[in-house]
Design a protein around this ligand. Structure first.
Ligand code: KPL
Length: 298
């Protein structure tokens, strides 16, 4: 399969690197990163030990492929969609954090938009070296649910590359469940500079669990069947399985970069009707946004 991976951060590099073991992969990277990747290829460390040499470009204009994977930060989705619109793809799969990305892509692009969640741990150790800090699963499916031949084909392509993959028919619910987990883990670990396992301990546990519970309530207010207990169980499972990992938001804060707070806790605030109180999401969003403003990245 011909696959373009848009975004060569931690997750894009890991998925692109794993897929390049089996498929024709083109990584879309920023200029400095592209130079390193062209010169030395991409090394996979941690749970994998491999070296791949995918094609690398800085410009997606007019590209065509069977599949485009969008792995850019949520706030870069509008520009990614504009660039993807100049090319031709049989399907586009978003594996991004936060909500609203698939809708934005679907508004701009003609092809089917798939949604995916990735629980593999990924850490870009240096340009050209990505560590898999924990094996997980990729769950993917049609963004509005249901089953299509394209989704099955993408699932088969991921599996052929040795990526543990589940094709799901209920992506909307799964995306909300992931949002509930991210709404708890990401801001708390980012603000406290801790790894994901801290969520299982006091005092980090409290605001994280409350934000997760609130998110489940907002999901239900939006017609998604997600109980608070199911969301909390997912939070605890992810925090346990990725206890030693640094969340993407904690990585952003550590690197002094803008975070995905708007697409995570910010999205929960936007979607909460007046009848559903979301104080923990409000506080966490305000704290992270204050950090962003102080760091000059907002
Ligand atoms: O998706 C994640 C992230 O870091 O953004 C979790 C699930 C928290 C894993 O680190």
């Amino acid at each position: 399969m011909d696959i373009v991976v848009f975004g060569a951060g931690s997750l894009g590099s890991l998925l692109g690197g794993l897929l390049a073991r089996e498929h024709e992969v083109t990584l879309v990277a920023r200029p400095a990163q592209a130079r390193t990747l062209r010169d030395g290829g991409l090394r996979l460390t941690g749970e994998f030990d491999d070296h791949v040499t995918p094609a690398v470009t800085t410009d997606i204009t007019g590209l065509s492929a069977d599949l485009a994977i969008v792995a850019v930060k949520a706030f870069d989705t509008p520009s990614a969609a504009a660039e993807l619109a100049t090319g031709s793809f049989d399907a586009v799969l978003s594996v991004q954090n936060g909500m609203g990305n698939e809708t934005l892509l679907a508004d701009r692009l003609e092809c089917p938009i798939l949604a995916g969640t990735v629980s593999y741990g990924a850490l870009l150790e240096e340009p050209g070296v990505v560590a898999c800090t924990g094996r997980g699963t990729v769950v993917l499916g049609a963004r509005s649910g249901g089953r299509t031949p394209i989704v099955e084909g993408v699932g088969t392509a991921f599996e052929a590359a040795g990526i543990e993959t589940t094709v799901a028919t209920d992506m909307p619910r799964r995306l909300w469940e992931k949002l509930a987990v991210n709404a708890g883990i990401n801001p708390v670990t980012a603000l406290t500079g801790t790894s994901n396992g801290a969520i299982l301990e006091d005092p980090a546990a409290d605001p994280a669990r409350t934000a997760t519970r609130e998110t489940a309530r907002v999901a239900r207010a939006n017609g998604i069947s997600l109980s608070e207990q199911a969301a909390l169980t997912a939070l605890e499972r992810v925090a346990t399985e990725t206890a030693a990992n640094t969340s993407s938001m904690a990585q952003d804060v550590r690197a002094g970069q803008r975070t995905e707070i708007d697409a995570i806790n910010g999205y929960v605030l936007e979607q909460a009707p007046d009848s559903v109180a979301v104080p923990a999401n409000r506080h966490l969003a305000a704290l992270v946004r204050t950090w962003e403003a102080g760091a000059g990245v907002r």
